[in-house]
Write a protein that binds this ligand. Structure first.
Ligand code: PIR
Ligand code: CA
Length: 319
C-alpha cells in the first residue's frame, strides 16, 4: 500500500530534498504541500516551495499557512539557509499558482476527504499549522494515520543547547502536537545528524546529469558550506528528508517508544523535547523516537527518486 502524505514545510534546503523524495519515490503519494514560516518568512519559504515544484515537476496543491508562531516572537535561520531561505541554486519562477486556501484549511480538507487512517502528516518546520488545524477541526486527530515530524532531540539542540530549531520556533504548537493523542514519530537531531550528504552522495546525484540533479547539487553545496562554517560539520545533515524516507521504507531507521513533552517554561531550556524512554516521569508513552539510521538505504532511495523525476521530459516538468 502506498503511504499518502501531506508535507508541511519551510523550504529550506533539507525541506526541498524532502519534497523531491516525496514526489519521486513510487512507494509514497504526495497529496499536498503546505508552508509555514520557519527557516525564513512565509513569503520566502512559499516562493521556495513553488520553485522546487517547478524544478522537480511536482503538480500537487501548495498552500501558504502561518506567518509566525502561536505565542513567541518569530525565529528565522538565515545563517544556515541564506536570505532567501534556499540560497545556492538558481530558483526558477513558479509555474503553478498557489492554492487559494490557507494551509490549515487545505490540511483539513484533504484529511476529511480521504479515507480515515490513510493520510500521514509530515511536518518539517515549526508545528504552527498542525496545531492550528487540530484546534480548528479536532476530527482530523482521529482521521490522520500518524504524524512523522522533524524536530526535537533527546540529547541536545541546535538553536539552544537544549532545543532544536523547529520546536524552539513554536514550542506551544509542538506541545499540542505531542500531546494530541495521535501516533507521533519524532525524527530529531539524534537521527538526522546521521543523515549527512557526504561527497560520495553528492557525486552520485551529480552523475544523474539532469537539471534537477544540478539543482540538488547546488542545494547541497550551499547547505554544506553553511553547515561547515556555522556548525563545524564535514557534510550537511539533510534532516527533513529522513521523515519522508521513513514513509517510503520504515526500515530506514529504528525507533524506540517514549514519553515526549516540550519544555515551555524553562529559563534556558524552553523548546526542549524532554524524552523519557522508561518510566521516570510515570507518563504513558506518546511518541516513537527515531534512533538509528540506515544511511545507505536513505541515499539509495534519494538518488533513485532524483533519477526517476529526471526521466520526466523537461517540458512536462515545466508545465
Ligand atoms: C536547520 C534548520 C534550522 C536551523 C538550523 N541551524 C538547521 C531547519 C531544517 O529545515 C530542519 O527542518 C530543522 N530546521 C533542523 O533543526
Ligand atoms: Ca525544515
Amino acid at each position: 500500500m502506498t503511504e499518502r502524505l501531506i508535507l508541511d514545510c519551510d523550504p529550506g534546503h533539507d525541506d526541498a530534498l524532502a519534497m523531491i523524495l516525496a514526489a519521486g519515490d513510487p512507494r509514497v503519494e504526495l497529496l499536498a504541500v503546505t508552508t509555514c514560516a520557519g527557516n525564513q518568512t512565509l513569503e520566502k519559504v512559499t516562493r521556495n516551495a513553488l520553485a522546487v515544484c517547478a524544478v522537480a515537476g511536482i503538480d500537487v496543491p501548495v498552500a501558504a499557512g502561518a506567518r509566525g508562531p502561536l505565542v513567541r516572537p518569530q525565529l528565522v535561520a538565515p545563517e544556515i539557509h541564506g536570505e532567501s531561505g534556499l540560497d545556492g541554486p538558481v530558483l526558477p519562477p513558479a509555474v503553478r499558482a498557489l492554492d487559494p486556501r490557507h494551509a490549515v484549511d487545505l490540511i483539513i480538507d484533504v484529511v476529511l476527504a480521504e479515507e480515515p487512517g490513510t493520510v500521514t502528516l509530515v511536518p518539517t518546520g515549526p508545528l504552527t499549522n498542525i496545531a492550528l488545524a487540530m484546534r480548528k477541526e479536532p476530527r482530523i486527530v482521529d482521521r490522520v494515520k500518524r504524524v512523522v515530524l522533524m524536530g526535537g532531540s533527546y540529547t541536545r539542540g541546535n538553536k539552544t543547547p537544549a532545543a532544536e530549531f523547529n520546536i524552539a520556533a513554536d514550542p506551544e504548537a509542538a506541545q499540542a502536537v505531542f500531546a494530541g493523542g495521535w501516533p507521533v514519530t519524532m525524527v530529531g537531531l539524534d537521527l538526522t545528524h546521521q543523515a549527512t550528504a557526504d561527497p560520495d552522495v553528492v557525486a552520485r546525484i551529480a552523475a544523474v546529469g539532469s537539471p534537477l540533479s544540478e539543482f540538488v547539487v547546488d542545494v547541497l553545496g550551499f547547505f554544506g558550506r553553511t553547515y561547515r562554517e556555522q556548525q563545524g560539520f564535514d557534510a550537511p545533515p539533510v534532516h527533513d528528508l529522513c521523515c519522508v524516507a521513513h514513509l517510503c521504507d520504515p526500515a530506514v531507521f529504528t525507533t524506540r517508544d517514549a514519553f515526549v513533552a516540550v519544555e515551555l517554561t524553562g529559563t534556558w531550556t524552553a523548546g526542549m523535547t524532554v524524552t523519557d524512554f522508561g518510566d521516570l516521569l510515570g507518563q504513558p508513552h506518546n511518541t516513537d523516537v527515531a534512533v538509528a539510521l540506515d544511511k545507505p538505504r536513505l541515499w539509495d532511495m534519494t538518488v533513485q527518486a532524483i533519477a526517476a523525476l529526471s526521466a520526466v521530459p523537461a517540458e512536462a516538468a515545466a508545465r
